[in-house]
Design a protein around this ligand. Structure first.
Ligand code: FES
Length: 156
């Protein structure tokens, strides 16, 4: 762990004098921002920095979709497949990404460019189907829109 990351985690910890448990989420966000994903070594380092157990820290990390417990591609595509998006064709959008990227949801394309995930509600139900590309929402996405998005991501 870099000194800067350690100091940032301690700063978060200082905001919660009642206990370091509340600092786990911000610490994991900081660690993921630095490393790209949360390896077992990073989980252990975060736990050590907060005087928590690695098992506890991993239990938090594994609960939230926002944390990556395996390496991800240069780009992250998350397709909402919850009800509002499902009724307007989210599954077809997922399949179009799978075909365009040559990988299944939950995997990364062979060139390492794009990780594809099917996720629960992204909170943009009125603009279904929602696709988050590197955390920026694309709205009213249809399967026919997907090839252009794949081409865009492969070109960057
Ligand atoms: S159901 Fe897709 S954004 Fe809510």
């Amino acid at each position: 762990m870099t000194p800067n990351l350690y100091e940032a985690i301690q700063a978060e910890r200082g905001k919660y004098p009642a206990g370091s448990e509340s600092a786990v989420l911000p610490a994991l966000r900081l660690a993921q921002a630095e490393h790209g994903w949360l390896s077992p070594d990073v989980i252990r380092e975060v736990a050590d920095a907060l005087d928590e157990t690695p098992a506890y820290v991993k239990s938090i990390a594994s609960f939230y979709d926002q944390f990556h417990l395996a390496p991800i591609g240069e780009h992250l595509v998350e397709v909402c497949t919850n009800v509002s998006c499902a009724v307007v064709g989210a599954q077809q959008v997922v399949e179009a990404f799978e075909n365009g990227l040559g990988c299944r949801a939950g995997e990364t394309s062979a060139d390492g460019k794009v990780t594809l995930r099917a996720v629960e509600c992204l909170g943009g139900c009125g603009w279904a189907t929602i696709v988050a590309v590197d955390h920026h929402y694309r709205t009213h996405v249809e399967a026919d829109d997907v090839p252009a998005i794949v081409e865009e991501l492969r070109g960057t």
